[in-house]
Design a protein around this ligand. Structure first.
Ligand code: HDD
Length: 727
């Protein structure tokens, strides 16, 4: 049974979890008129505008300790950004089980479905700097810190279930290759450059991960709409000491959705904080993002019958072979109070584990176990980062580690060693192990020390092919387009050639399609002749896995449009009898409708009343929305029709495969698509996801239903005419 101490208090309300209570004790009081301003020593200031000078126009005096303190502090406000995953956004929340996992693990926080464990989660991109854009093509980090009664447990994963390299020895090479090139520090937050593809093409073990990175998973619609994966195989160990292998999954309640690549690039300019803002706003609105924790449990004895090596982090375990058991939920219900104090200073580490969870021999994981503490030393300035409020456990901790930069705790007594007889215990204090403490799982070793890759890691292509064959036609097209884009940016032709030669070992059609966009012909034999290439191909019992398709992870909530953003285009003369019921139906389905007009001022309805407007059309382009609704009304339609920005808005949404609905005369904005209000079913069939409503109240429910269905599909990638749209 789980201990119900500080961390295990039952079901705390949002914001009152033990972690939140602890954070409260560190909350700094703001300056008020009553307190005035003081120095860091508490000395009250009389003037915060003028430095101390020798005469009003004279030089500033060195004596001005108030100025010096202020400037010195400012000069040291920045800390090194994370060497990877520098850009991110975080939130607080809780984790709660559906049922006890005692059969598999003794971890206290995985025993009792009544208990809520506080968490802090940080999402991130990998390659970009702290100030880079959110929607770049990249892997996303998904790091969860559980504040448990037995210490902090960190599950530091990504939104893709595999990784580029198999051994931590190659991690610095991978990152040096993908980061901006060292001579001119370009490009920012992008893998579309020579050094990345040079490395990737010489390292066929990257192939499976490249398939994921070139898919729409790498341009998520929202942090709230992506899966998370622990990537490595871990162990769960129960109270009897029995272990099973486990793969961790996070399944989002809102489904898994991506952006269009063109859209992602435009958002990067329009709103570089797109994902950060999306997470923040959803939590502020009380629409708390939610994921289910999924486990794939694998009997240690059966692991070698899978047909691949589960210690190899470039392999996933297909869900069709080992189903994912959904065992609990993660809810994010509170934004941080201070980005730097919490999101920037949080320090994750895959080595932060609790009894009942253990590692495997995955050589990538083993290297990570060293790297994370090490990196915090330079990032957070010393070994006491566990004392920073966001990193503190909520259970007590005791040891004889002492001193160092930024030590907060004041240890008493004279004995800082063990065993001792002079400490506070008053008697002999000696730790001789014992069952209460963490016990490493007793995995057998005894093999010779060797610096070599296991031959069981040699198959670099069969799972890449599994991924490719599992995708639908639109997803395949996007992967081909992504490879063409990225390799098209590569200046060295031999690098492009090597890459398409490698792809020919995934699938001949894929390689041909990518190559044809680059004016190349793939040559699988050339790849096979290169150093580092392995001909090995494992045999999987399945050829496709539905679970690898994004479309097979639909939303699971009761509101089909939960948190979706709909742009509503209006102008003076808007017809509201038909508009209002559609807006109401959208809101009831969970969508957020924002009204956009040529200017940021209320518009007049047909009847002469005022209709509120949220934004000017030009400040919120269509890339920031999931769907577009154009209102009717003769004068309004004329006004919008006369605006290039309004046509661009609708066409761009169409091109990005979004649902578009026009009411009455608003159909004028479909002119460029060859559609108008009289379009029949045959004409509309060529424009999936486009809804034309007659306007007026009578047929509004029908129109609303069709529009809601169209938005719920997320995107209509099957629009045959989208490529021809110049937006
Ligand atoms: Fe890592 C940060 C995830 C391999 C070394 N990593 C970092 C973060 C995530 C991951 C989500 C950001 C945590 C945060 O929000 O603060 N990393 C992964 C995954 C990997 C992986 C899923 C493979 C399965 N990482 C990996 C390797 C090494 C590192 C092989 C080094 C041997 N990772 C680091 C780091 C970072 C980091 C240098 C930078 C900042 C930090 O740790 O705290 O130590």
């Amino acid at each position: 049974m789980a201990r119900k101490d500080a961390a295990g208090a039952k079901a705390p309300r949002a914001g009152t979890s033990p972690k939140q209570q602890q954070m409260q004790t560190f909350a700094a009081a703001e300056a008020t008129a009553a307190t005035g301003l003081t120095t860091n020593q508490g000395l009250r200031l009389s003037d915060n505008h003028n430095s101390l000078k020798a005469g009003v126009r004279g030089p500033t005096l060195l004596e001005d300790f108030i100025l010096r303190e202020k400037i010195t502090h400012f000069d040291h406000e920045r800390i090194p950004e994370r060497v990877v995953h520098a850009r991110g956004a975080g939130a607080h929340g809780y984790f709660q089980l559906y049922r006890s996992l005692a059969t598999y693990t003794r971890a206290a926080f995985l025993q009792d479905p009544e208990q809520r464990t506080p968490v802090f989660v940080r999402f991130s991109t990998v390659a970009g700097s702290r100030g880079s854009a959110d929607t770049v093509r990249d892997v996303r980090g998904f790091a969860v810190k559980f504040y448990t009664s037995e210490g902090n447990y960190d599950l530091v994963g990504n939104n893709m279930p595999v990784f580029f390299v198999q051994d931590a020895m190659k991690f610095p090479d991978l990152i040096h290759a993908v980061k901006p090139e060292p001579h001119h520090e370009m490009p920012q937050a992008a893998s579309a450059h020579d050094t990345f593809w040079d490395f990737a093409s010489l390292m066929p073990e990257t192939t499976h991960m490249l398939m994921w990175a070139m898919s729409d998973r790498a341009i998520p619609r929202s942090y709230r709409m992506m899966e998370g994966f622990g990537v490595h195989t871990f162990r769960l160990v129960n109270a009897g000491g029995d272990a099973v292998f486990v793969k961790f999954h996070w399944k989002p309640k809102l489904g898994v959705h991506g952006l269009a690549w063109d859209e992602a690039q435009k958002i990067a300019g329009t709103d570089p904080d797109f994902h950060r803002r999306d997470l923040w706003e959803a939590i502020e609105r009380g629409e708390f993002p939610e994921w289910e924790l999924g486990l794939q449990i694998i009997d240690e004895g059966k692991a070698d019958q899978l047909g691949f090596d589960i210690l190899d982090p470039t392999k996933l375990v297909p869900e069709e072979m080992v189903p994912v058991q959904r065992v609990g939920k993660l809810v994010l219900d509170r934004n941080p109070d201070n980005f730097f104090a919490e999101t920037e200073q949080v320090a994750f580490h895959p080595g932060h584990i609790v009894p009942g969870i253990d590692f495997s021999n995955d050589p990538l994981l083993q290297g990570r176990l060293f790297s994370y503490t090490d990196t915090q030393l330079s990032r957070l300035g010393g070994p006491n980062f566990h004392e920073i409020p966001i990193n503190r456990g909520v259970c007590p901790f005791h040891n004889f580690q002492r001193d160092g930069m930024h030590r907060m705790a004041v240890h008493r007594g004279r004995a800082a060693y063990e065993p001792n007889t002079l400490g506070q215990a008053g008697t002999e204090f000696r730790v001789d192990g014992g069952p209460q403490g963490f016990q490493e799982f007793q995995a057998a070793t005894g093999t010779p020390r060797i610096r070599q890759r296991s031959p069981s890691f040699d198959d670099h292509f069969s799972q890449a092919a599994l991924f490719w064959h599992s995708q639908g036609p639109a997803e395949k097209e996007h992967i081909v387009a992504a490879f063409r884009f990225e390799l098209g940016k590569v200046e060295h032709p031999e690098v492009r050639q090597r890459m398409v030669d490698n792809l020919a070992h995934v699938d001949a059609m894929l390689a041909r399609k990518v190559a044809s966009g680059l004016g190349l012909t793939p040559d699988p034999r050339a790849a096979a002749g290169r150093a580092g290439f392995r001909e090995v191909r494992g045999k999987l019992p399945i050829e496709e896995s539905a679970a690898l398709r994004m479309a097979s992870q639909p939303p699971s909530g009761s509101h089909p449009l939960a948190t979706r953003k709909v742009a509503v285009l209006v102008a003076d003369g808007v017809e509201v009898q038909g508009l209002r019921p559609v807006l109401q139906a959208l809101q009831e389905a969970g969508a957020h409708c924002l009204v956009l007009a040529p200017q940021l001022s209320p518009v007049a309805t047909e009847g002469g009343r005022q209709f509120a407007v949220d934004h000017a059309l030009t400040t919120m382009p269509s890339v920031l929305f999931d769907a577009v609704l154009v209102a009717g009304g003769e004068r309004a339609a004329q006004a919008l029709d006369g605006l290039g920005a309004a046509h661009h808005f609708v066409l761009q949404a169409y091109k990005h495969a979004k649902a578009v609905c026009v009411l009455g005369q608003g159909a004028a904005l479909l002119r460029w698509l060859g559609l108008d209000a009289r379009a029949d079913a045959q004409a509309l069939a060529r424009h999936p996801g486009v809804v034309i409503g007659p306007g007026g109240a009578e047929r509004a429910p029908e129109t609303a239903k069709a529009f809601i269905d169209a938005i719920a599909r997320h995107r209509h990638w099957d629009r045959p005419l989208a490529d021809g749209v110049p937006a």
